[in-house]
Design a protein. Structure first.
Length: 133
């Protein structure tokens, strides 16, 4: 169960033949994100378990979840954009129902990320699940 933004990423990935193109696409998604305000880059918003520095600021308005995020690494910014596409604008109940591993496996990310990056993605997903209640 993914939202339209994530489905678009999945479709885009189908047209990109090799992983270098897919990595470039993820990086471009990260570059397109609004940077997180420096005032929000505090220990409370930092995600532990990531090799790079990652900050996530979640919010729930009228039962709908979203988050803003940022990283000091371009590929990680792109991964944040992918996770945002997966979860943003879902209800908190829908967020809890998302099988993130299955959805991300559709993109082939599991096989192409280093173990450190994979751990970071898991940590970001855990943060989403913890805060979308």
């Amino acid at each position: 169960m993914a939202n339209a933004a994530f489905e678009q990423i999945a479709e885009d990935f189908e047209f990109l033949d090799d992983w270098e193109d897919r990595y470039r696409h993820v990086i471009e998604m990260g570059k397109a994100m609004e940077p997180l305000d420096e005032a929000l880059r505090v220990p409370a918003t930092k995600v532990d378990g990531c090799a790079s520095q990652v900050w996530m600021v979640p919010q729930v308005r009228d039962g709908v979840f979203s988050f803003a995020g940022d990283s000091d690494a371009m590929i990680v910014r792109g991964l944040i954009a992918v996770i945002a596409a997966l979860y943003n604008d879902l209800t908190v109940a829908e967020v809890q129902a998302v099988d993130a591993q299955a959805e991300l496996a559709r993109l082939g990310l599991n096989e192409h990320l280093s173990s450190q990056r994979s751990n970071g993605v898991r940590a970001m997903i855990e943060r989403v699940k913890e805060t979308a209640v």
